[in-house]
Ligand binder design. Structure first.
Ligand SMILES: NC(=O)c1ccc[n+]([C@@H]2O[C@H](COP(=O)([O-])OP(=O)(O)OC[C@H]3O[C@@H](n4cnc5c(N)ncnc54)[C@H](O)[C@@H]3O)[C@@H](O)[C@H]2O)c1
Ligand SMILES: O=C(O)[C@H](O)COP(=O)(O)O
Length: 387
């Protein structure tokens, strides 16, 4: 029986992928084999000794101690693209909210007093304050052209906008999916100087912390609009609020409220709603549950953020999986232990990613704990399983 600890609410559609005769799934469980989570902050958590895998139902992994888990031989999975449409739709909404002054206008309307005739009069007198601008012909700068940024770029071209994108590490697959109309910025500053709106779709990592700061705001057009649906911390909120107060920037729409930003008259802060649609929650949960199941039962790895992609059809009587440091002579030492134990290798796959290497080894016979313990004793071996 595999034990799965959930640290956030995970869509039932995903949890139902894990058959209950083989999986015990609960939000409080001792000795879990795997953890499923969304934005729960795992950094302060003690990692259970039994843990074999972590599955993030979503994209961002800044809440997970990936480096520590890697050093323990534990793969971390996420669900690339599974919530991208949900974020895209919210960003399109945010472009319109900002351009048409919708929150301010709504606030004006809901505070009107008097009978309906005087409200109608006040409506016509007041509406000029909320006149906005239209999207066609304006330029959206998209920072990060991955699953979300790429979809946004393509969608707003359909709305008549021009798009300039900045992503020095874009994958070939994501580049293929981009409309040919997306202009490539050679630097972040070039994008800032051309865009009427900018939107961030990068992970929160050292290189993206305070990526938009006071110095860079100077490169922006007057009255530009900033959208941040990636992570708090990517935009320096102090600098943006100062620029709003000085009427350098026009509006700031984000998914990460703070005491400083949430009540500002030119800011709309939403409660981290980007991925909160029924469809996205279900997509993420199904994807992550399938990946965790295939890893626990077969050792296969799909969509890991720290381990190599690995899939091998089952052959032989049993399979062992081994995570080890990516240093010379590991495969030689592992196969020697198997040979010394009289165990025949039927099939084997070894791949590495950065400092980690991972092996799937199908054996002609069953392997016992003694063999596993001998492999564990090899210097550099991080985790071994028989499945
Ligand atoms: N608001 C929400 O609810 C919500 C939902 C999903 C994702 N997110 C956030 O959005 C981020 C992006 O998600 P995604 O699914 O598009 O991920 P993704 O991995 O598909 O795309 C990220 C892109 O950012 C690029 N990038 C990385 N560093 C960069 C830099 N310094 N400058 C420019 N580009 C850079 C990468 O090359 C990649 O193409 C996630 O990491 C997460 O933090 C937020
Ligand atoms: O990175 C993500 O996928 C989003 O920020 C969604 O987070 P959530 O699953 O906590 O809504």
């Amino acid at each position: 029986m595999f034990k799965i600890l959930t640290l956030n609410n995970i869509s039932v559609a995903g949890l139902n992928r894990l058959p209950r005769d083989k999986y015990e799934v609960a939000s409080e469980i001792m000795h879990p084999d795997a953890i499923l989570l969304r934005s729960f902050k795992m950094h302060e958590m003690e990692i259970p000794k039994t843990l074999k895998a972590v599955g993030r139902a979503g994209a961002g992994i800044n809440n997970i101690p990936v480096e520590k888990l890697t050093s323990m031989g534990i793969p971390v999975f996420n669900t690339p693209g599974a919530n991208a449409n949900a974020v895209k739709e919210l960003v399109v909404a945010a472009l319109l909210i900002a351009s048409r002054n919708l929150t301010q206008a709504w606030d004006y309307a809901r505070n009107l007093e008097g009978d309906d005739a005087s409200i109608a009069k006040a409506v016509e007198a007041g509406k000029k304050k909320y006149a906005g601008t239209e999207l066609p012909g304006k330029t959206l700068g998209v920072i990060g052209l991955g699953a979300i940024g790429g979809r946004i770029a393509n969608a707003v071209i359909g709305l008549g906008m021009k798009v300039i994108g900045y992503d020095p590490t874009v994958t070939i697959q994501h580049a293929w999916n981009l409309s040919a109309e997306v202009q490539r910025a050679l630097s972040f500053e070039e994008l800032l100087s051309e865009a009427d709106y900018i939107t961030f779709h990068v992970p929160l990592i050292d290189a993206t912390k305070n990526m938009l700061n006071a110095e860079r705001i100077k490169h922006m057009k007057n009255n530009a609009i900033v959208l941040n649906f990636a992570r708090g911390g990517i935009v320096d909120d102090d600098a943006v609020i100062k620029a709003l107060d000085e009427e350098k920037l026009y509006a700031y729409i984000n998914d990460f409220p703070t005491n400083e930003n949430k009540n500002h008259p030119r800011v709309v802060s939403l409660p981290h709603l980007g991925a909160s649609t029924f469809e996205a929650e279900e997509n993420c949960a199904v994807m992550v549950a399938d990946q965790i199941q295939d890893y626990l039962e077969n050792g296969n790895i799909t969509n890991s953020v720290n381990f190599p992609e690995m899939k091998m059809p089952r052959a032989g009587a049993s399979r062992i999986t081994i995570s080890n440091s990516n240093v010379p002579n590991m495969v030689g030492q592992i196969t020697s232990v198997l040979a010394d134990s009289g165990i025949n290798i039927v099939d084997m796959l070894n791949k590495s990613r950065g400092d980690i290497a991972y092996n799937l080894v199908d054996l002609g016979t069953g392997a016992d704990e003694e063999v596993v313990n001998k492999i564990k004793q090899i210097e550099g071996v991080l985790a071994v399983r028989i499945i």
